[in-house]
Design a protein around this ligand. Structure first.
Ligand SMILES: Nc1nc2c(ncn2[C@@H]2O[C@H](COP(=O)(O)OP(=O)(O)OP(=O)(O)O)[C@@H](O)[C@H]2O)c(=O)[nH]1
Ligand SMILES: [Mg+2]
Length: 461
């Protein structure tokens, strides 16, 4: 696969000052040279220098674009292969025509993420670092960007490698005692080494795992679902948080029939707010589907904002919704407080009903209480401390899953050790744990999984 040369437009579609065609592989230099006319005589272009000239069709001699070209020799390149970048004008035609010429000259169209995949295969970055590239590209807040950058620099990978090193040393002890079964002292030493070193390794794993939910939320945002009966003001609340008239608001119950999703930046944390169809028993088919979707959203949410109409009595429908929320983190909003005549008393009784959940009185109409709600949202998820990433953080569900499996294998090994199981059985658990950790950095990852990860990239990356 690495024997062919790949090419793609590496800048986003649309018009821009420049657009870049990137070529990588053994024939990159030759192909780049074939489609380019230097404006003065250049015998041997130097690596990592920018040259001025024209993209030219080698067959017809037609000039396509005025451009800059860079030849970058292996190994100091993005992919570690020879790389050529042609900076064209950023328009659809100059770029697609230039790419066409490059393909005609012998390159193959790159698949999504294939440049980064080559950087991984050629050992410039590991899998966790490759994933960090997508994180960085998709970051919606500065915090998410910082997390991506830390992972790209290899912070998580180093931590994982250190833990793996410890485990590998233990494995060596175990294998020595398997090889010399007649030496009881070798086995005793192995058991003692495992006992002494496994707890610290487990502690490091749990410390990483503890950062996982926090890390994912910092990266992807808090998924906050707004739920409640029809007409209580859910869509009005979404619009107020977004500060734009995104969702349709009417006095007709059942206005929202589908799920709406929007992002805002709340003090450096991305908040994905999801407006849902009001939950109620209904004969209307469209609305029923909407309600079913609401229930799905509820399951995946990190946080639920349950909206009540404070001017209406708390009903059995309300309590049914609260039951559906279950033990998810939940903030209750008492909306339409502007309609209350005896506000204190009415709110007091609501507070009792929804306790121990926090109740935030609100009037979307009068725009009062919104700031309190925003603070409560961040508090609910971060328990008062939206910490910025100082230490290594796990931000991906894939990594979390692998860490948990490693932890499980080590715990099983520890249990077996204490029960006096044979050392070769313990070694199996240790191997499994090492494999799980290797999935994070990509040392022990299946080809299909790696493919899947890179498919999530855009073309040209
Ligand atoms: N008095 C008052 N009316 C409000 C307030 N917030 C919303 N409303 C009104 O309540 C009605 C329903 O608002 P929506 O935001 O559409 O309610 P919803 O919960 O999204 O309703 P469905 O989509 O039907 O489930 C509209 O007429 C709003 O103008 C408020 O704070 N005070
Ligand atoms: Mg609505």
């Amino acid at each position: 696969m690495l024997e062919d040369t790949i090419a793609a437009v590496s800048t986003p579609p649309g018009e821009g000052g420049i657009g870049i065609v990137r070529i990588s592989g053994p024939n990159a230099i030759k192909i780049g040279g074939a489609v380019f006319n230097f404006n003065k005589l250049i015998k041997e272009p130097q690596s990592h220098r920018l040259y001025y000239g024209y993209v030219k069709d080698p067959e017809s001699g037609m000039l396509i674009d005025e451009a800059l070209i860079t030849f970058m020799l292996s190994p100091n390149t993005y992919t570690r292969e020879d790389v050529v970048e042609i900076n064209c004008h950023g328009g659809a035609l100059p770029l697609s025509k230039t790419l066409e010429l490059v393909l005609a000259a012998g390159a193959r169209m790159a698949k999504p993420g294939e440049f980064t995949q080559r950087a991984f295969i050629n050992g410039r970055i590991d899998l966790a670092q490759a994933e960090a590239v997508i994180q960085l590209i998709r970051a919606k807040t500065e915090t998410a960007m910082m997390l991506g950058m830390a992972q790209l620099q290899g912070r998580l990978s180093r931590e994982i490698k250190e833990i793996s090193q410890t485990l590998l040393r233990l494995l060596a002890h175990m294998e020595a005692s398997i090889d010399f079964p007649e030496h009881q002292d070798v086995e005793d030493l192995a058991r003692e080494q495992v006992l002494r070193n496994i707890e610290p390794a487990l502690a490091r794993l749990s410390a990483l795992l503890e950062t996982a939910d926090h890390g994912r939320i910092l990266r992807e945002g808090i998924r906050t679902a707004i739920v409640g009966r029809p007409n209580v003001g859910k869509s009005s609340l979404l619009n107020a948080l977004l500060k734009e008239q995104r969702a349709i608001v009417t006095e007709i119950p059942g206005t929202t029939r589908d799920v709406l999703e929007e992002s805002i930046n709340l003090g450096g944390v991305a908040l994905t707010i999801i407006d849902t169809a009001g939950i109620r028993e209904t004969a209307d088919q469209v609305e029923r589907i909407g309600v079913a979707r609401t229930r799905e959203v509820l399951e995946k949410a990190d946080l639920v904002v349950f909206v009540l109409d404070a001017s209406q009595p708390y009903s059995s429908e309300d309590s049914e919704i609260l039951n559906a929320v279950g033990d998810k983190a939940c903030i209750v909003v008492a909306n339409k407080t502007d309609l209350l005549i005896n506000a204190d008393e009415q709110l007091c009784s609501l507070i009792k009903i929804v306790s121990p959940r926090t109740l935030i009185p609100l009037s979307v109409l009068h725009e009062s209480g919104l700031e309190k709600l925003e603070t409560a949202i961040v508090d609910a998820v971060f328990h008062g401390e939206a910490k910025l990433p100082e230490h290594t953080m796990v931000t991906s569900v894939r990594h979390k899953d692998a860490l948990r499996r490693a932890q499980q294998s080590l715990n099983e090994m520890l249990g077996a050790l204490k029960e006096g199981f044979a050392i070769d059985l313990l070694a199996i658990d240790l191997h499994t744990a090492l494999d799980s950790l290797g999935e994070i950095t990509g040392e022990a990852v299946s080809e299909s999984l790696a493919e899947e990860i890179f498919r999530a990239f855009c073309i040209g990356k």
